[in-house]
Write a protein that binds this ligand. Structure first.
Ligand code: G3I
Length: 340
């Protein structure tokens, strides 16, 4: 017992500190390393901007490309905030991965309450997709066309699109996007793809089936909102391999790693869990590095600092899932990635 206590208390600090002003994450990996970003924070928060300027070479809009922001009233599109992010990416040489066209959340009130026949719903969906895709043509590399259409058991999620258009809404969404821009890469994006085998199999079967009908689907976004202890590394490796072996580009599209999935009181981050988090981030990056280059769309971290993560407010718990702490200082997970 005494030996164990000594071992625990004397175990060396496993991660050296690091200096993000001289050490750069995007330079460490041969694939795009991205971050979810918001134009308001980019404009108003210097440390946030500095980290994005230096560390990342790909951007996903965390919110402002979603329908509630782009088409707040039927037929009235508001590009103001979204275009700021486009400009930022152009000026700073960042790739822009756009998110998201068809989802069941963050819809404007009018869209959620739209009245009409299945044909009218289809026309409304088409008009949103094509107006938006055309607006950003040539400015974004890729789109999450459909987001989170499956339940964990592999069934299709009962959302307004399924209810009003039927199962064909997914293939139609991809067809409409491709009609509007035949060069942009088109992704299906979802969570729990690593942890829930049934869900992954259902998604792959469905996408393979629509591809066989001639629908263009270039890739799959595995969101990767995961925990320091779940899913296991073997499940993550298997899911990653499974996707590219099915001939889909793979984007680890929304990576964050919770250190408090159980929701215990954790007013300060637990250092042992920060170490486990660092190991998990390194595992994910190292495993992704083994994906053949032609299938690597990149890894995107879902936010810059713990203070801005969606997790604490969404789940109502303390958590510290990102690479920088609330003071924008690098965490062990960040430093550890630099020495992989
Ligand atoms: O825009 C309003 C603002 O007007 C209002 O003052 C403020 C007050 O709460 O809320 C603002 O809206 C918030 C919005 O983010 C923009 O900040 C919503 O309340 C909040 O619910 C919303 O959360 C976003 C969430 O999607 C919506 O479900 C998160 O920031 C965003 O990280 C999260 O991202 C999703 C991906 O798109 C898809 N995969 C899951 C991921 C995590 O939920």
């Amino acid at each position: 017992m005494i030996t164990l206590l000594l071992f625990l208390s004397c175990s060396p600090e496993p991660f050296s500190s690091c200096d993000p002003s001289t050490q750069v994450l995007q330079d460490e990996f041969p694939f795009p390393v991205g971050v979810a970003a918001n134009p308001l924070a980019l404009e108003t928060n210097p440390p946030y901007q500095e980290i994005i300027n230096t560390q990342f070479n790909s951007i996903t809009p965390e919110n402002i490309f979603k329908p509630v922001y782009l088409q707040p009233e039927e037929g009235r599109f508001d590009w103001t905030e979204a275009d700021k992010l486009v400009d930022y990416c152009e000026v700073n040489g960042k790739r822009l991965h756009a998110h998201t066209l068809i989802w069941y959340q963050q819809l404007p009130y009018w869209m959620e309450n739209f009245q009409g026949s299945p044909e009218a719903w289809e026309q409304m969906m088409k008009s949103h997709i094509q107006t938006v895709v055309r607006h950003f043509k040539g400015k974004v590399t890729s789109w999450d066309v459909v987001n989170e259409a499956f339940e964990d058991d592999g069934s299709l999620r009962e959302n307004i699109w399924l209810q009003h258009i039927g199962e064909s809404y997914i293939e139609k969404a991809f067809r409409f996007a491709h009609e509007a821009d035949s060069t942009v890469l088109l992704f299906y994006n979802d969570y729990s793809i690593a942890g829930k085998r049934k869900k992954r199999n259902a998604i792959l079967a469905f996408l393979n089936e629509i591809r066989a009908k001639g629908v263009r689907v270039d890739g799959i976004g595995m969101q990767m909102h995961i925990g320091y202890n779940y899913p296991g590394n073997a499940a993550i490796s298997k899911a990653i391999t499974n996707i590219w072996e099915n001939d889909f580009l793979l984007h680890l599209s929304e990576l964050d790693i919770s250190i408090n999935p159980g929701g215990r009181d954790m007013p300060e981050p637990d250092s042992a869990r920060l170490a486990r988090q660092a190991e998990k981030y390194a595992f994910v990056f190292n495993t992704y590095q083994e994906v053949p280059a032609d299938f690597q769309h990149g890894i995107t971290i879902w936010g810059v600092s713990d203070a801005q993560s969606w997790i604490p407010s969404f789940f109502g718990r303390d958590d510290y899932p990102l690479l920088f702490n609330e003071d924008f200082l690098p965490k062990p997970a960040f430093c550890n990635l630099l020495i992989q």
